[in-house]
Design a protein around this ligand. Structure first.
Ligand code: ADP
Ligand code: MG
Length: 228
């Protein structure tokens, strides 16, 4: 379970301080499939980054599985993230000097002390799921935007995280691939009770979400659960 209690985020821009998230409180239960929607600049990425422990709120508290994020130091936080959280970035953030295979393997090497044959099994299995097996030896600058997106998705899923945050994950995908990726995420949710939180405009994701949270100017204006 993820709980955000009265979080605020203020960016300092020169003399100005820009209040981007205002007193936001939210509870996300295990296994939920949530879309955060809202106009560009409404704070979706900022909220996702804070819930995903990549960034800290200016004030307020975030608690994940009874752990107060604020109280962890950088090392603890990095471990916690590695063990529990998968993040799919809007801009992919692939490592250019690593191959497709190595990019996906990277979080397993960094965090989990898995035997090599299991590591290989996992990487090959997610590569297959995102249909990138035949591209595994290429480097990021040799593949298309949609393919990079699929590698980023595979990298986020390879650790079997409890929670996956995805910032506009289908923005660079054609409709067919997007549908396949969404189906894959549903399957993972069903098999592992993984929690998915998306920031997205994509109707395909929004229509398959079980809960839709609308953000306007850093505040939740609607929080709607859809019966499935
Ligand atoms: P969204 O993802 O909904 O488009 P963001 O969370 O990216 O919105 O941004 C919300 C607001 O915060 C925007 O006005 C953006 O310009 C501002 N913002 C985001 N990151 C920073 C930053 N690092 N420094 C200053 N302002 C920022
Ligand atoms: Mg954004």
């Amino acid at each position: 379970m993820i709980e955000a209690k009265h979080i605020n985020k203020t960016y300092k821009v020169g003399e100005l301080s820009l209040e981007v998230i205002k007193d936001l409180s939210l509870i996300i239960e295990e296994g939920e499939f949530i879309s955060i929607i809202g106009p560009s600049g409404s704070g979706k990425s900022t909220v996702l980054n804070m819930l995903g422990c990549l960034d800290k709120p200016t004030s307020g508290e975030i608690i994940i599985d009874n752990t107060a994020i604020n109280e962890m130091d950088r090392t603890e936080l990095a471990h916690f993230r590695g063990e529990n959280i998968g993040f799919i970035f809007q801009s992919f953030n692939l490592i250019p000097v690593l191959s497709v295979y190595e990019n996906i393997e990277y979080p397993l090497i960094m965090i989990q002390s898995l035997p090599e044959h299991i590591r290989k099994e996992r990487v090959l299995s997610v590569l297959k799921e995102v249909d990138m097996l035949d591209q595994k030896d290429k480097f990021p600058d040799q593949i298309s935007g949609g393919q990079k997106q699929r590698v980023a998705i595979a990298r986020a899923l390879v650790t079997n995280p409890k929670i996956v945050f995805a910032d506009e994950p289908t923005a660079n995908l054609d409709s067919k691939t997007a549908h396949r990726i969404i189906d894959l995420m549903h399957k993972i949710k069903k098999d592992y009770n993984t929690t998915f939180v998306f920031a997205t405009h994509d109707e395909k994701i929004v229509s398959s979400a079980e809960r839709i949270i609308t953000l306007v100017d850093g505040e939740i204006t609607e929080d709607k659960r859809i019966k499935t």
